[in-house]
Design a protein. Structure first.
Lengths: 301, 284
């Protein structure tokens, strides 16, 4: 494990090739290899992005167009009726808001709680902290199916079943277990002098957290925030079981329920899939630079 | 003391929503608790280890374990090799467009499987895109999702597509921590690129490979979403995973059996992680 600072170079440019290879023939050879590598990478990227291309192609195609020309043809005209119909039929705006509200709440709460925990564990030095961290890691390795019946039972008992609050609490606990694990290892290497200086200046633990620890660990925290958001956004199993009423459902659950609907034609399904994929992709594109820097936070020993 | 105050809100909710469910489902796994017992909790009998014995004698559960093992044993090496190849290519050849490639290869990771299931059906159906492409070279492809022999390879294909991006980025970061002068020294000693990769790069990448393998196996052993949206565990249980088996048992109301099955899965995840830690641990 290492701190973010030492891995932040991951996004930077690579080291220049060694100057020892100055001979012309060698350079020629390297040039050719580079072009082959580039060609293979482009081909790979095309394959990887191909499914998205097919979704976009068919999302704007009329059903008649689809049945005559098949899934790979360009649409003869931009057809949006299917998408609009789908949006209205499932009240997609509401689903979008539900997903956004749940994922956003979990991300903010999860990061906040991870910060408190890691501050206590990594800097406050709680006794037996290694076993606590291992316990959190184990909680992450556990199949969600293990937890589902007791969780269902608890939320029924306290009247939280079929509420978004139940899903928010459950995911906040799951995500912040991981966040604590990651942050605690980062905080373990936090420079002691900084904290001592703050204590000498008369700062309380609370002030130290917000004035010193929080600003310094902001890069890691923002990565956690993005991860928690995307992970929660795409969660399917627990929301499927806990959000049974239509008005509470998230985007993946709404799509999953429709999957079984035989009345959906291929183009409407594509339109639905596009609507389901776009928010996460947009979110990812906005934050991809932060993410690329931080995804490696736990990667290198 | 103050430290505990900071951790208190979490410790409380962790206890209620994690530890309690964990312990109670562990307890449940030794009983014959069914949904018909909810009204009459005293009818629940302690069956002890017999639950697990019965589980391992259930041919469907054994099938689901074999399926999961197949998925893990083929899917993890495939994903790791593909991701490593990509990372090495990105690290050595390309400086321009690197961000574009990184975003492109990572995009599948952030999408929900439920949303992209649609397009995978286009790709895998009998007259779908893969079979059309195979037709060009004179091969008549199988009905991927309906053929018991080919349904699992189709799931593996989807999983590799969806998980390669994460590993690629982790490996890329690992590659960039390898000091350039070590590679140069090897070059001066007269090694070629292929030898440098096997003798220098790969051994130094061990910790990163370990992290990748552990992350993947925790995810892959819990295979659920792909078969859930694509095949419903079929055809003929060919894509029924342990997670899916557990999900079904919950659906049937066999809570005791379901809990036992999920604990078997948990032990498998823990064991595989330990094995990997031993296999990849850097020597010395």
């Amino acid at each position: 494990m290492t701190t973010l600072e030492s891995t932040s170079t991951a996004a930077g440019p690579p080291a220049e090739p060694s100057p020892a290879t100055g001979r012309r023939r060698d350079r020629h050879h390297r040039g050719a290899v580079r072009w082959i590598v580039l060609a293979v990478l482009v081909a790979g990227a095309v394959v990887m992005l191909f499914p998205f291309g097919v979704i976009v192609l068919n999302a704007f195609k009329s059903p008649a167009d689809y049945s005559t020309a098949g899934p790979l043809s360009l649409p003869t005209e931009i057809y949006t009726t299917g998408m609009v119909d789908f949006w209205n039929r499932v009240n997609f705006g509401q689903k979008l808001w539900n997903s956004f509200f749940i994922a956003g709440s979990v991300a903010v709460l999860g990061v906040l709680i991870s910060l408190f925990n890691a501050y206590a564990l990594g800097i406050g030095r709680v006794r037996g902290r290694l076993s606590i961290v291992v316990l959190f890691l184990m909680a992450n390795m556990l199949p969600q199916e293990t937890l589902i019946y007791p969780l269902y039972y608890i939320s029924k008992e306290i009247g939280l079943y079929d509420t978004q609050l139940a899903v928010i609490i459950i995911f906040t606990v799951i995500q912040s277990a991981f966040g604590t694990y990651l942050l605690a290892s980062v905080f373990g290497t936090f420079p002691k002098e900084v904290l001592e200086a703050a204590a000498l200046d008369g700062a309380s633990k609370w002030q130290t957290l917000w004035r010193v620890v929080f600003p310094i660990s902001r890069p890691t925290l923002s990565v956690l925030l993005i991860f928690f958001f995307i992970w929660t956004w795409n969660e399917f199993f627990i929301p499927l079981i806990f959000l049974i009423s239509n008005d509470n459902q998230t985007v993946p659950v709404a799509l999953g329920v429709l999957e079984g609907d035989r009345l959906m034609d291929a183009t409407t399904t594509s339109a639905a899939a596009l609507l389901g994929v776009v928010p996460a992709i947009v979110f990812f594109l906005i934050f991809q630079r932060t993410l690329a820097r931080g995804i490696t936070a736990g990667a290198v020993k | 003391m103050i430290a505990y105050a900071f951790a208190l809100p979490f410790l409380l909710s962790f206890a209620v929503f994690m530890v309690f469910p964990l312990l109670s489902s562990f307890g449940m796994s030794f009983t014959d608790f069914r949904n018909s017992d909810i009204e009459t909790p005293f009818a629940v009998a302690f069956v002890g280890i017999d639950q697990y014995v019965a589980l391992f004698q259930d041919p469907q559960f054994v099938r689901s374990m074999l399926n999961t093992a197949y998925f893990v044993a083929v899917g993890i090496p495939l994903t790791m090799i593909a991701a490593l190849a990509l990372a090495v290519a990105l690290n050595n050849g390309i400086t321009r467009f690197r961000t574009a490639f990184r975003v492109g290869f990572y995009a599948p990771v952030v999408t929900s499987i439920v949303a992209v299931a649609v397009v995978w059906r286009f790709i895998l159906q009998p007259d779908g895109l893969i079979n059309t492409a195979l037709g060009w070279v004179g091969i008549s492809g199988p009905d991927w999702l309906a053929d018991p022999a080919w349904a699992m390879p189709a799931m593996i294909l989807m999983a590799v597509w969806r998980n390669m991006g994460t590993l690629m980025i982790i490996f890329l970061a690992g590659l960039q921590t390898i000091p350039q002068d070590v590679l140069e020294a090897a070059q001066v000693d007269g090694t070629n690129a292929w030898q440098r990769f096997w003798r220098v790069t790969l051994p130094m990448l061990r910790p990163t490979l370990l992290l990748g393998a552990v992350l993947l196996s925790v995810g892959f052993l819990q295979l659920f979403e792909e078969p859930f949206v694509m095949t419903r565990g079929g055809p003929l249980d060919a894509t029924l995973s342990v997670s899916y088996f557990t999900y079904n048992e919950f659906g049937f109301g066999n809570y005791g059996t379901a809990s036992a099955a999920s604990y078997v899965l948990f032990v498998a995840i823990a064991l595989l992680s330990i094995v990997q830690f031993r296999a990849f641990r850097s020597k010395g």
